[in-house]
Design a protein around this ligand. Structure first.
Ligand code: DX5
Ligand code: ZN
Length: 216
């Protein structure tokens, strides 16, 4: 039985107060801290890289779930490992040798995740699932927070859950209290949410609700 892990996306936080924002989310019950890494090439936006993770690391014991929306992810494994990242999630679309990359991530001491964009079919990940710590099914086109959840992506989550009952299946993009039930019923257990948590008047209630619905 997989359990809920709630991962607020710090993309929606106040970057000038990143360490405080991380601690605030952990104190409200977050399991993971979702760090969105964008290179302006794989996606049309720029955010942060290993230097920021390295600065953050001494300020939080939280699990740093790093989502790399970058071309050539192989290039950054060593930097993220030495910066103190806990999980390195790369995009299937960004690499030519996913198996070698998964090995490199594990050898460096991090957990390995693989993400697929909304238009990428789910079957591409099947052969890697026994070696992955997490699969991320994107529910928006990667690049920006605040977009609408794409319910069509739930077929992919259902298919994955059917085949891999113990796998951590993460969903990311547009998750909110209205659609969490659809995602949870499909089989997602690791829930990323930026806007719906950070813009809520009571972010802790949103985190608790997500957990309750997933664990039901
Ligand atoms: C989008 C990022 C997401 C984003 C989610 O490319 O991967 O993690 O921050 O934000 P919301 O929950 O606002 O869609
Ligand atoms: Zn993300």
């Amino acid at each position: 039985m997989v359990v809920a892990k709630i991962a607020p996306s710090l993309l929606s936080s106040d970057f000038a107060r990143l360490a405080d924002e991380c601690e605030r989310m952990l104190s409200l019950g977050a399991d993971y801290l979702h760090m969105d890494v964008m290179d302006g090439h794989f996606v049309p936006n720029l955010t942060l890289g290993a230097p920021i993770i390295k600065c953050l690391r001494p300020h939080t014991k939280g699990f740093l779930d790093c989502h790399l929306m970058v071309s050539n992810p192989e290039q950054w494994v060593a930097d993220f490992a030495s910066a103190g990242a806990d999980l390195f999630c790369f995009h299937y679309e960004a690499t030519e040798d996913a198996a070698a990359l998964i090995d490199a991530i594990h050898k460096s001491g991090m957990k390995a995740g693989m993400a697929i964009k909304p238009k990428t079919p789910v079957d591409v990940v099947f052969e890697f699932c026994d070696r992955l710590d997490q699969v991320l099914v994107m529910t928006v086109e990667p690049g920006f927070g605040g977009q609408s959840f794409m319910p069509d992506c739930m077929d992919k989550v259902r298919e994955l859950r059917k085949r891999f009952p113990e796998l951590d299946i993460q969903v990311d993009g547009g998750l909110d209290p209205e659609n969490i039930e659809v995602a949870a019923k499909a089989g997602a257990n690791v829930i990323v949410a930026g806007s719906s948590i950070f813009k809520a008047s009571s972010p802790g209630d949103v985190i608790s609700l997500f957990r309750k619905v997933v664990n039901e």
